[in-house]
Design a protein around this ligand. Structure first.
Ligand code: XMP
Length: 506
């Protein structure tokens, strides 16, 4: 399978580059900047990502490009472009103030294949603190903007290009065309990477890998584990055993509803209600990461106990997807939240690990789910955190707080579904705040909890914006929650974007 390699220098938008390439039905791999797979015959092109660093600063990433340049088509984006220039003998200097936001391209080399089909003054998005003040000898400028002389440039003797702007972001209006020109036009992608291809190839590969072995998989009700299960079921049938642990922190009636869905999909699934254990261990736990660790440890305990009742199981399957893996090993090394698909496995695990979705982005998982015939209400579900409502309750977790949150969540999600907004937002939910506030209900003073509604738009959960929901919808949800949910007397709407906030409050 042809692939594009994206060398990651640590930019926030590296994943977006990957997703754009995949949208062109082309497989790509995001690898650390110094881990180029020399000798891999499938590589058809290389993209160098942006970075929070400056090329000239101490500790900046300076990989050896000699085995890459001239051998494969190369596209450098932002830092990638600056590095191409700087390492070839050009000059990169601080701008003074960061250049951030929209600019308009003046394509100076009309023959440049990257800009084929570009409109005049096409809007591009800049985000950089350095600028290229001289390009190396043997390179030429292909475009500039109002304030950036070398907005794009090309090598005269090798298939290499640099662009100072970010074609991968939404606000670069013809950015996708630029990436198509590179991936399809220049690198010659045949567009082989489709859901149909993935299903056929993965089913064949799973049959080969698993033989007659038995596999156990933890279902969570979410899209990823459901798609992983159905894919495995297609490959090995009832040799796949699924376990769905109810930690008591799911949404209203979710355990029962999802168990029914799984059975209808023909999956061989055991449901375990372990909520007593989770509530007991969560008693008095308020710190978010401790909540996650407690839930993770209990989950493993319950799952292990159930799995060990099954005989001769050689494999543990997980619905880990590509962003889980990339987020877990950010090259800048900072952990913001511990997402527990990765790195949370029991020590001394006896089974081998099988992760059939490990190369897919979320929307690819949905595409594969549809290809497998999984009903839309399962494939289109919003993401939901593994630790469930526990990370939507600020402070300690009690059954009564979970009850309040489940009821409020059901009102909000129900209204989003009815109004058609459910599918327009990436994710939505309700957060129960710790503080109480005074209200008046009838003639009585009330002193009860406040909840915050959270609904965001996003493409990959890496960045997100609060959803612009109509006031009338918010009003309806607020009334219904306050009227119906005992213990809640105030409703707020969270209008924070990510960054700097995150999607969940904990
Ligand atoms: P944040 O809050 O980091 O969330 O902006 C990004 C996405 O990840 C989900 N999330 C989690 N998923 N375990 C999970 O399985 C977790 O501990 C966890 N924390 C956040 C969140 O719902 C959103 O989709």
């Amino acid at each position: 399978m042809q692939k594009i390699v994206i060398l990651d220098f640590g930019s926030q938008t590296t994943q977006l580059i990957g997703r754009c390439v995949r949208e062109l039905n082309t497989f790509c791999e995001i690898l650390p900047y110094d881990k180029f797979p020399h000798g891999d015959p499938d590589v058809i092109g290389v993209i160098l990502s942006g970075s929070p660093l400056s090329v000239y600063s101490e500790g900046a990433f300076h990989p050896d490009l000699s085995g890459i340049l001239g051998k494969y088509p190369v596209l450098g984006i932002c830092y990638g472009a600056q590095y191409l220039s700087w390492s070839g003998g050009g000059k990169v200097e601080p701008v003074g103030t960061r250049e951030y936001g929209r600019a308009h391209l003046d394509v100076t080399d009309k023959a440049c294949p990257l800009f084929e089909g570009f409109e005049p003054a096409s809007q591009v998005w800049m985000s950089h603190g350095d600028t290229i003040t001289a390009i190396p000898a043997g390179w030429h400028r292909t475009a500039s903007t109002e304030s950036v002389k070398y907005a794009a440039f090309a090598c005269d003797s090798a298939p290499a290009w640099g662009v100072q702007f970010h074609p991968e972001v939404y606000h670069s209006l013809q950015g996708k065309l630029l990436l198509r020109n590179f991936v399809v036009g220049i690198c010659g992608s045949r567009g082989e990477w489709t859901p149909e291809y993935f299903v056929d190839a993965t089913v064949a590969q799973l049959r080969n890998q698993l033989g007659n072995d038995k596999v156990v998989l933890g279902l969570s009700g979410g899209v990823d584990s459901t798609v992983a299960a159905v894919l495995l079921h297609r490959a090995i049938g009832d040799r796949l055993n699924c376990i769905f642990v109810n930690h008591g922190l799911l949404r209203l009636n979710e355990f029962e509803d999802v168990m029914r869905d799984y059975r209808e999909l023909g999956l061989n699934v055991i449901g375990v209600d372990a909520s007593d254990l989770f509530f007991k261990d969560l008693e008095g736990v308020t710190e978010p990461e401790r909540k996650r660790k407690t839930i993770g440890a209990d989950f493993i305990k319950v799952f292990d106990a159930e799995a060990s009742k099954l005989k001769d199981v050689k494999w543990l399957a997980q619905g880990t997807i590509y962003p889980d893996r990339i987020e877990s090993r950010n090259i800048t090394g900072k952990v913001i939240k511990s997402h527990h698909n990765v790195g949370g496995l029991p020590e001394g695990m006896k089974q081998k690990l099988c992760e059939p979705l490990q190369w897919l982005f979320k929307d690819e998982v949905r595409g594969v789910g549809r290809q497998l015939g999984i009903p839309e209400h399962l494939v289109g579900r919003h993401p939901f955190p593994g630790p469930g409502l526990a990370v939507r309750i600020i402070g300690d977790v009690t059954r009564d707080k979970v009850r309040m949150l489940q009821e409020a969540d059901a009102v909000f999600i129900g209204a989003l579904r009815e109004s058609g907004f459910y599918d327009k937002v990436w994710q939505a939910g309700v957060i129960l705040l710790q503080d109480r506030s005074v209200g008046v209900m009838g003639d009585e003073r009330s002193y009860e909890h406040a909840v915050a509604l959270r609904a965001v738009t996003s493409r990959d959960a890496m960045t997100a914006d609060w959803a612009d929901l109509p006031y009338s919808l918010l009003q309806r949800v607020s009334n219904e929650i306050i009227n119906k949910v005992k213990g809640v007397n105030r409703v707020c709407y969270d209008i924070s974007s990510k960054p700097p906030a995150t999607i969940e409050w904990e």
